[in-house]
Ligand binder design. Structure first.
Ligand code: SAJ
Length: 432
């Protein structure tokens, strides 16, 4: 691959994973071209700015664009390494849609040359990397693809899932271990050489199918464990016990480590990926499926609890604290907080105010019902009811004396000293 500045890399998809990945590779001196279907994203990146909020990403992108090692385009160009980081959404029946991955592979096909490496990073159902291989073989019959015949291949194809946590992406891109699944061991080694340029964590090689399943397994593991915490929170409500205290105490056991309950599970990963496993093996996945349903059901439970609290305080203004899917980020995808706020706005209209320091405007689903965006100080002054939906640091830091008299539903357990209103001591049962 030559020296760093000789290496040309194309990253397809400049989203939450693609853009930070492109910028980190560009920092090594490689010449990186980021591809996106959106003109707005391409223009933003080319002007040295970012279209997403992520710690330290703005400074990194402006630096590598100024140095000339990162640029963006809507058109693919020839390169040595192609990294595919496009979305893999699912349809209403939870079937994964790999259309964007296949589109990206099609756009690469025209510029491929012997010696190139193609790496898929998008979360994908097992078998997708082989489908990419088959598609490339069809589009470029002149190139020998890996794993089809015994002979050496002209190109390398591997699957290497991203596993970074939003809010810590730049740190985890470097420090986390990587699982690299080659179509053949040779493909894996070729991809490993590439990741070694910027990854400090261990790079472990395997085959493509195992790497694909590993990614789905990681997120299903987390979903099942959060479901356990959420189920406990329902049990504790019924018993009139503080679930946060129970979890704290149980976690003093050396082999117990329970996660935190919340208003449900959001984001584009954990609330989505387990369905890829369920869809692939419906009869073998009752636990993974149930965990998904428990976590989604927790959001319905919170809506019922919040509605009961509001109805116990006729006419009072309601502050929903947070819309993001988790703390200290600006990402509202699949957010349970947004689902709860939407339900309250639909029912209580102008009484609902939203505090979300990471939003400049409210989603239409909220504003059309008359909900307003206010800051946390205004909420403390004007809203007798507070529904904590996200554990942003700025909410966590509100001291008891500023919220003592409020009617609070704290779905994240950030205010353990909050006196419980009488209405909350009685559990709310969901109609079955
Ligand atoms: N949540 C809880 N309780 C907890 C932990 C999380 O309710 O104890 C909720 C969060 O509030 C949020 C959701 O779960 O709504 C997901 O948050 P998260 O921080 O667990 O994960 P993500 O979606 O931001 O990122 C995950 C990570 N996967 C794992 O931790 C196994 C990340 O490493 C992956 O890269 C990412 O999914 C992905 O892209 O797949």
């Amino acid at each position: 691959m030559g020296s760093d500045s000789d290496l040309k890399v194309v990253v397809l998809g400049l989203g939450y994973i693609g853009l930070p990945t492109a910028a980190v590779i560009a920092r090594t001196g490689a010449r990186v071209l980021g591809i996106d279907v959106s003109d707005h994203v391409v223009e933003t990146v080319n002007s040295g700015r970012v279209h997403i909020e992520e710690v330290d990403l703005d400074g990194l992108v402006s630096g590598v664009v100024a140095r000339g090692t990162l640029r963006a385009s809507t058109q693919v160009e020839p390169a040595d390494v192609f990294v595919i980081a496009v979305p893999t959404p699912f349809s209403d029946d939870h079937a994964p849609n790999i259309g964007y991955v296949l589109q990206a592979a099609t756009s690469i096909a025209a510029v491929l040359k012997p010696g190139d490496t193609i790496i898929l990073e998008s979360t994908s159902p097992v078998g997708t990397t082989e489908q990419v291989r088959d598609l490339l073989a069809k589009l470029r019959p002149d190139l020998r693809v890996p794993g089809r015949t015994g002979e050496a291949a002209d190109i390398a194809i591997a699957y290497c899932p991203e596993r970074v946590l939003p809010g810590r992406i730049l740190v985890e891109l470097i420090d986390n271990d990587r699982v690299i699944g080659g179509i053949t061991p040779r493909c894996a080694r070729k991809a490993l050489t590439f990741y070694r340029r910027f990854v400090r964590g261990a790079c472990v090689t395997t085959n493509a199918r195992a790497a694909e399943m590993t990614k789905l397994t990681e997120n299903a593991f987390r979903d099942v464990n959060i479901a356990f915490a959420n189920e406990l929170s329902l049990v504790a409500d019924t018993m009139g016990v503080d679930v946060w205290e129970v979890i704290r105490l149980a976690n003093r056991h050396p082999r117990v480590n329970i996660l935190q309950p919340g208003p449900g599970v959001g984001g584009h990963c954990i609330a989505v990926d387990p369905w890829f496993l369920v869809h692939a093996a419906p009869d073998q996945t009752p636990l993974i499926r149930t965990a998904r349903l428990v976590n989604d059901g927790k959001t319905d439970h919170v809506i019922a609890q919040a509605t009961a609290l509001v109805e116990a305080h006729p006419g009072a203004s309601i502050a929903c604290l947070g819309l993001a899917f988790k703390a200290n980020i600006d990402d509202f995808r699949e957010s349970p907080a947004l689902r709860v706020a939407d339900a309250l706005a639909a029912r209580f209209g102008e009484r609902v105010a939203i505090v979300e320091p990471y939003a400049r405007t409210l989603p239409v689903s909220l504003s059309r019902h008359g909900a307003r965006l206010i800051d946390v100080d205004t909420a403390i002054e004007r809203c007798p009811i507070m529904i904590v939906l996200v554990d942003h640091d700025v909410f966590r830091s509100v001291p008891l004396e500023e919220r003592r008299d409020k009617a609070v539903l704290d779905t994240r357990g950030i205010w353990p000293d909050q006196p419980q209103p009488a209405s909350m001591l009685q559990p709310v049962r969901l109609a079955s």
